[in-house]
Design a protein around this ligand. Structure first.
Ligand code: FES
Length: 336
């Protein structure tokens, strides 16, 4: 067992078979992070004493400057023994439900679109999560875990459901889509993530999604629809795909009480001339443009959640900044 100490905060915690950031989060500390898979760089810390190795070799979030300054990525750094570190702890990153490592048995799987499938796992022990959070799945035969958002709500934590998009030639999704059978077991870890439903925010809700960003937005819509304290809030859900066969999500929202009254769904495509878009009668354009056209200067009156491919997220972010949406009203996790 390794002890990690943060002298500036007078804190010490255990880190056994775990990364420095994840162990801190399990100990209830607010260690900054976002993607959890070594890409965003938000979990940087400075190693004052001790040695670490990386879970994922050469994680892309490491820069040359990090090496010069003895900085490492907390989500990937495994201590070789006791370590002293400098890390900027923030209450904002504390988890309401402490993340846990567990296992999930696949009990159901079905296609949502031609390349998105929902996988339902029953956990070996319940682990609660907040709507919009994500878990790490270790698929059989695949080295390392991948982050995927849940689409159900997590008050009981007995099951975690994921809507996952197949990545062409991706090792993890090939394992999940082509080899995983009902009854098979995967490793799960979580929940993580800051883009969860803010139940105390006094604003209507705008959900923007593309690709498998569907999953956390469906989770938030479900949790918001089920919460009597949010009964007065309107929920607008925009989903963008390239062609008509990519567009999805409406069937999940239709099951919610208030659909068509306070809950509204809008599908959009960006490639109307593609043969598979023939007959499309919905909106045409990118998610950020559609949202800007629909909500205009009032967009800063909304609590905005978004998830999707990096280009979509960057465009949404720019549009929200242009629309003067305060950062405290924007919620997304950078790992898609
Ligand atoms: Fe560690 Fe993103 S690189 S949280």
């Amino acid at each position: 067992m390794a002890k990690i100490s943060i002298p500036a905060a007078n804190i010490e915690y255990d880190c056994t078979d775990d990364t420095i950031m994840r162990a801190a989060t399990r100990a209830g500390l607010g260690f900054p992070y976002e993607c959890n898979v070594g890409e965003c760089g938000n979990c940087r810390f400075e190693l004052l004493e001790g040695e670490v190795t990386y879970l994922r070799p050469n994680p892309p979030g490491v820069t040359e400057r990090d090496a010069q300054r003895n900085r490492y990525l907390g989500c990937q750094a495994l201590p070789k023994g006791d370590c002293k570190i400098k890390a900027p702890l923030r209450d904002h990153y504390k988890s309401k439900h402490l993340p846990q490592k567990t296992q999930g048995e696949l009990i159901e799987a079905f296609d949502v679109t031609h390349d998105i499938r929902e996988f339902r796992f029953r956990l070996s022990q319940p682990v609660k999560f907040l709507a919009g959070q994500y878990g790490l799945i270790t698929a059989p035969g695949v080295e390392g875990a991948r982050a995927y958002s849940m689409c159900n709500t997590g008050e009981s934590g007995e099951q975690w459901h994921f809507q996952i998009r197949r990545v062409p030639n991706g090792a993890a999704t090939t394992s999940l889509f082509d080899h995983l059978k009902i009854g098979d077991v995967v490793g799960l870890d979580g929940a993580f993530g800051m883009a969860y439903l803010r139940e105390d925010a006094p604003r209507d809700i705008l959900l923007l999604a593309g690709g498998s960003g569907l999953s956390p937005m469906v989770s938030i819509a479900r949790a918001a629809a089920a919460n009597p304290a949010l009964a007065e809030r309107k929920i607008h859900f925009i989903y963008g795909g390239r062609t008509a066969r990519d567009v999805c999500g409406e069937s999940f929202l239709k099951e919610l009480p208030g659909f068509g009254e306070r809950i509204h769904y809008y599908g959009a495509i960006s490639m109307p001339d593609d043969p598979s878009s023939a007959g499309w009668s919905g909106r045409v354009g990118f998610v950020h443009d559609i949202a800007e056209q629909m909500f205009g200067e009032n967009i800063n009156q909304y609590e905005v959640y978004f998830a999707g491919p990096p280009l979509m997220s960057q465009s949404v972010m720019k549009m929200l900044i242009k629309g003067k949406v305060p950062a405290t009203q924007m919620h997304f996790d950078q790992f898609y």
